[in-house]
Design a protein around this ligand. Structure first.
Ligand SMILES: [Zn+2]
Length: 364
């Protein structure tokens, strides 16, 4: 067994020096997010109420755990994809594991952004307006439900936070191997803080993804948007195919606690991942037509270039093709159901990076 080592994360955004903070009134004596308002030492439960506009209203469930002592503000978000159950359930479980009397700082928990996706079991999108709830930041208070909800999340959850953790899981159609992302925007201090967060979280496969934050398209997902505001960001995924497995849940809840331990917000020894498998997971295989897909390898499989990943048929069971991996690597996820539409993701292959290259602006 390896011994935990003392470990502390640095934030990209520095909070006020302690001496200065001591002379000023406590800005977080009460933290209110939507109807959840917590004084120091309290947990509050409530919702961000998004009123009806061009379409129906929605309530986003929110918990605020406001620690007795000052410290960083961490936002925990899940459920932009409402059928990625493991990540959603993980955050509901985390709330009860955080004792505000012993925490330094504040944790804002938003476990289910896309309530309509959850209740109607609609994958990937908000069925109310057909939009993706991880692709419309910074939202629009005058837009459709997704845009109105995300405008509220941007203002009330993302902006007050120093650290934003966005949890996902394999969706109903995704057989996924747990991994986290190291998002890089080319700002050295922010990128190194995010790297430390990913290592502290504890998943041993980490996908390296570079963003051009000057490009609005890079700021439409929660991670890119939060990075553009200077936040330290971590995105992690565990869970698959609609199941909520205890082991996948544990990976996410332990990961969150590890980050809070690394930030010295809770008393927890953290052992960062020593030898992560860094991946470039930009190889996505998409279906060129509708039909049925049958996987022949499982999540996490290591494959050679040209390896058969699965096969496709028409709706009468006649074979229409084979799906081969264009590169050697790790199957980070593979389609877990037969449903296949033109453009559907069949698999994503992560090429193992022997050495992590320096940041490179996409398209340059
Ligand atoms: Zn997701």
């Amino acid at each position: 067994m390896m011994r935990p080592v003392p470990f502390c994360l640095a934030l990209a955004v520095l909070t006020a020096p302690a001496g200065l903070a001591a002379q000023q009134p406590d800005a977080r004596a009460t933290v209110a997010v939507g109807t959840a308002s917590a004084r120091r030492g309290q947990v509050a439960y409530g919702a961000i109420r998004v009123p009806a506009g061009v379409d129906s209203a929605t309530d986003l469930p929110i918990a605020v755990v406001n620690g007795t002592r000052p410290g960083p503000v961490v936002a925990l978000v899940a459920g932009s994809h409402g059928t990625e159950y493991t990540s959603i359930v993980a955050l509901t479980r985390i709330i009860g594991q955080l004792d505000p009397r012993t925490i330094s700082g504040t944790v804002i928990v938003a476990p289910l952004l896309n309530v309509a996706s959850f209740t109607q079991m609609t994958v990937h999108l908000n069925p109310v307006d057909g939009k993706g709830m991880n692709g419309q930041y910074p939202g629009d208070p005058a837009g459709t439900q997704t845009q109105r909800a995300l405008a509220a999340v941007a203002d009330q959850v993302v902006k007050p936070a120093d650290v934003v953790i966005d949890l996902h899981g394999g969706d109903l159609d995704e057989d996924l191997r747990p991994y986290s992302y190291w998002f890089r925007g080319g700002q050295p201090a922010q990128d190194s803080a995010s790297r430390a967060l990913a290592l502290a979280f504890g998943l041993d496969h980490i996908i390296v993804r570079d963003f051009d934050l000057g490009d609005a398209a890079s700021r439409r997902n929660l991670g890119g948007y939060a990075m553009s505001l200077g936040k330290t960001v971590l995105v992690a995924e565990a869970g698959r195919s609609g199941t909520v497995e205890p082991e996948d849940l544990r990976l996410l809840t332990d990961g969150v606690l590890n980050v809070l331990g690394g930030l010295r917000m809770i008393d927890r020894a953290v052992r960062p991942v020593e030898h992560p498998v860094w991946l470039d997971a930009s190889t996505r295989l998409a279906a060129d037509s509708a039909g049925m897909f049958f996987a022949m390898v499982g999540r996490g499989a290591t494959v050679a270039a040209g390896a058969v990943l699965g096969y496709t048929t028409d709706y009468l069971g006649r074979r229409t093709g084979e799906v081969r991996s264009p590169t050697a690597g790790v199957v980070t996820f593979i389609r877990g159901v037969p449903s296949m539409w033109k453009g559907a993701t069949l698999a994503v292959i992560g090429r193992v990076l022997v050495e992590v290259p320096p940041y490179r602006k996409p398209g340059s």
